[in-house]
Design a protein around this ligand. Structure first.
Ligand code: TYD
Ligand code: MG
Length: 457
């Protein structure tokens, strides 16, 4: 007979130990070890009595998954063209970022187009949700509203309907509790069990289900990470308090691309979709002062132009300050080192500040050249040409390497009235059709030679 033993398994990384401790020996997270029953010894536990599965080929006809438009074009774009019936979506984000607002607006738009949408709020009373709906001007939309946190009651309500609703929103998964478990709402086991039951309901009934999950830093309640693997699509809603822009980013998507973003603006009357984010991010640009370069970036399949601002100033400190907002600080360190070593710019005694205007966070490596242009421009006190955009990856040798989607970047810049582009010398793909004047550079020193007066370079 198998001997049951207990092991303590980390809920973050899966490491298992025989003894409980406050800190996981695997990932050093605190309070993540949970007791689980395992059986180490005993007979072979291979299951018996299965049936033979009929294997299929890969090339059979598959109908496209039917999609229902959520009524918000930016949301549709991020999830790959609309809601897939029977799918589960997780929307994560910091508290107060606008998840409830976004989903209430989507539910209302869907309900107004003749579909059925149900919104379960576990955090706000129905009166509060109604008040919000009134403020958003969507109070007349036929959304089914419920304030409930008991999983059993929610399932009973949903399965009592003759036809399954098209969309069910659970706001939030961390407030739900299942009476099958003794732990408190918001714990890993509750969040996981409730999500599993709801995902199963979605698959069975054909309703698309959206789970809202707060991102938590203190670990008091389980974050959305514990349900990411169960759902079909994971979206994160980001933004910061200082800006009105909100970015909805797909990080996992079984039914579409996983690098698409949707851009919204939070206003007094709710979230407004931003169809042309470049215009927004370049909005209040002052293109006469040194240190600003326009970067033609790509977010998913969409080109987005943003301004990268740099300030390089002599430092009174022994170890000069390096501060960066919206870009990777190690990437900045790399570009600075290349400017220093390969282009002989003495940046080592200067404080460096780099900022991506508008609150966007850039991960595209093509931003290297634009950041370098902004840095050199600020260092030399020479403003960059106003109608010029920049993109290209900087390698450690200082060579400028080609990047993806070059024609898309150029097209977007042309559409917005830019006239010239500083781009990698080896243009990998066809960029012949562009109306922009192309200024190709092979090495970063070509750029510094153009901007820096000889005595400084
Ligand atoms: P909310 O959707 O409640 O955030 P979450 O569900 O992610 O916690 O949004 C809350 C914030 O949004 C709140 O600080 C107020 C702001 N807000 C507006 O600026 N305009 C609006 O129309 C609404 C409804 C909210
Ligand atoms: Mg909320």
């Amino acid at each position: 007979m198998a001997r049951a033993t207990t092991a303590y398994v980390c809920q973050e990384c899966g490491a298992s130990t025989a003894q409980w401790s406050g800190k996981c020996p695997g990932c050093s997270a605190w309070n993540t070890l949970v007791e689980e029953v395992t059986s180490k010894s005993g007979p072979d536990r291979t299951p018996t009595g299965g049936k033979v599965v009929a294997l299929q080929t890969l090339d059979a006809e598959v109908p496209d998954a039917p999609r229902i438009s959520s009524g918000l074009a930016e949301l549709d774009r991020v999830i790959g063209g609309g809601l897939v019936p029977g799918s589960a979506i997780l929307v994560g984000g910091d508290p107060g970022i606008g998840k409830s607002t976004l989903l209430l607006q989507a539910a209302a738009a869907l309900a107004n187009s003749g579909h059925t949408a149900i919104y379960f709020s576990g955090e706000e009373a129905t009166a509060q949700v109604r008040l919000r709906a009134e403020r958003l001007g969507i109070a007349s939309a036929p959304v089914g509203l419920g304030a409930e946190t008991g999983l059993a009651h929610i399932l009973k309500t949903l399965s009592g309907k003759e036809t399954a609703p098209d969309l069910v929103i659970i706001d939030s998964i961390q407030t739900l509790w299942s009476d099958q478990l003794e732990s408190a709402p918001g714990t890993v086991s509750q969040v996981r069990a409730c999500a599993q039951t709801l995902v199963r309901y979605a698959k069975r009934s054909g309703a698309a289900i959206v789970l809202v999950g707060h991102v938590t830093k203190d670990g008091q309640i389980a974050g959305p990470k514990v349900v990411e693997h169960m759902v079909d699509t994971v979206l994160y809603f980001e933004g910061d308090g200082a800006h009105q822009y909100r970015i909805l980013r797909a990080v996992k998507n079984r039914f579409g691309p996983s690098d698409e973003i949707g851009v919204f603006e939070m206003r007094g009357d709710g979230l407004r979709e931003v169809a042309n984010p470049s215009e927004l991010f370049l909005g209040e640009r002052d293109n006469t002062s040194p240190g600003a370069a326009v970067f033609a970036g790509m977010e998913g399949t969409r080109p987005i132009l943003v301004e990268i601002q740099a300030l390089v100033a002599p430092s009174p400190l022994g170890t000069p300050r390096r501060a960066v907002v919206g870009w990777d600080s190690s990437r900045l360190a790399m570009v600075l080192a290349v400017l220093d070593t390969r282009c002989a710019l003495q940046l080592g005694t200067h404080d460096v500040y780099l900022n991506v205007a508008g609150g966007l966070k850039i991960t595209d490596p093509a931003a290297d050249l634009a950041a370098a242009a902004a840095l050199v421009s600020s260092f030399c006190g020479v403003a960059l040409p106003a109608g010029n955009i920049y993109f290209g990856e900087v390698s450690l040798s200082g060579a400028i390497r080609p990047v993806g989607h070059m024609s898309g970047r150029l097209k977007e810049a042309e559409k917005l009235g830019f006239t010239a582009a500083t781009v990698p010398a080896k243009l990998g793909e066809d960029t012949g059709g562009t109306g922009l004047q192309l200024d190709t550079i092979a090495h970063l020193s070509d750029l510094t030679a153009r901007l820096a007066p000889p005595e400084r370079a």
